[in-house]
Ligand binder design. Structure first.
Ligand code: UDP
Length: 239
């Protein structure tokens, strides 16, 4: 059973369980979807029914960060742990490399996915890169075809939320791949274009603050975080 946080149902799994489940899904027929919402995306889902539907219909819904964990705990339904998309992706690639499986990278600015591919191939020997494409395309058709003909076992869809969730919902089955993971800005990090917060910050639940200092233009988006906490408090009162 999923744990509801303001209308988004989260799977209550550890990182290890999430990766095991994703590997199982990758070996089952059909297009399966993994999403990793943070409080900002939960707020988007509250406003946008199509985004909410796309997120909730995913096969695995993982809490990306400390905000969702705090929210779930405040509501009296704690989640086991945070499972940040980027860390989940790292563990998944390790397992895929062990089995010689292939990965398609979709998203980010032109050149970034290729750069990420080079780094990931070196970091995870055995992992096959099935193909790459930037995230600034007009038509879905050619991308879907490229993924299908690549024969990829898994696709990282990094178009930002909720665009990536809607894209996976609409196009997942036609790609012929068995696992699609919506991973936001991860390709920028894998490529080395954007730096992830040092461990100290994420260990203290302050990754968002580090990111804000690095990219002050995110302030508008980040204002959704206090709003999320206000909404959690309101929801708690109703219980
Ligand atoms: N992006 C994209 N296509 C678009 C809009 C965004 O490929 O039409 C990419 C963007 O270049 C970035 C990622 O999607 O690499 C979103 O990054 P952001 O930091 O906003 O994602 P988050 O991890 O916060 O969801």
């Amino acid at each position: 059973m999923r744990i509801d946080v303001l209308g988004v149902g989260f799977d209550n799994v550890t990182m290890g369980e999430a990766v095991d489940r994703a590997m199982e899904l990758m070996h089952q027929p059909g297009a399966h979807v993994v999403v990793t919402p943070n409080p900002e995306i939960v707020e988007v889902c509250r406003q946008d029914p199509a985004a909410r539907e796309a997120v909730n219909s995913a096969d695995l819904v993982l809490p990306d960060g400390i905000g969702v964990i705090k929210g779930a705990a405040m509501l009296g339904t704690p989640l086991k742990e945070k499972t940040p998309g980027i860390e989940f992706a790292g563990h998944l690639m390790e397992r895929m490399a062990g089995e010689g499986l292939s990965l398609y990278l979709l998203g980010a600015k032109p050149g970034v996915a290729e750069q990420a591919a080079e780094k990931l191939a070196a970091q995870y020997p055995g992992l096959k890169i099935a193909g790459t494409h930037d995230g600034y395309f007009k038509e879905d058709g050619p991308i879907v075809e490229a993924i299908a003909s690549s024969g990829a076992d898994c696709v990282f869809v990094c178009l930002g939320a909720p665009k990536q969730e809607l894209w996976m919902r609409k196009n997942g089955p036609a790609t012929g791949t068995r696992l699609l993971c919506g991973l936001g800005g991860s390709l920028d990090v894998f490529a080395g274009v954007v730096e992830r917060a040092p461990k100290f910050w994420s260990d203290h639940g302050l990754e968002w603050f580090y990111r804000l200092c690095k990219e002050p233009k995110r302030i508008g988006r980040m204002m959704k975080l206090p709003l999320f906490l206000v909404h959690v408090k309101q929801e708690k009162k109703k219980k």
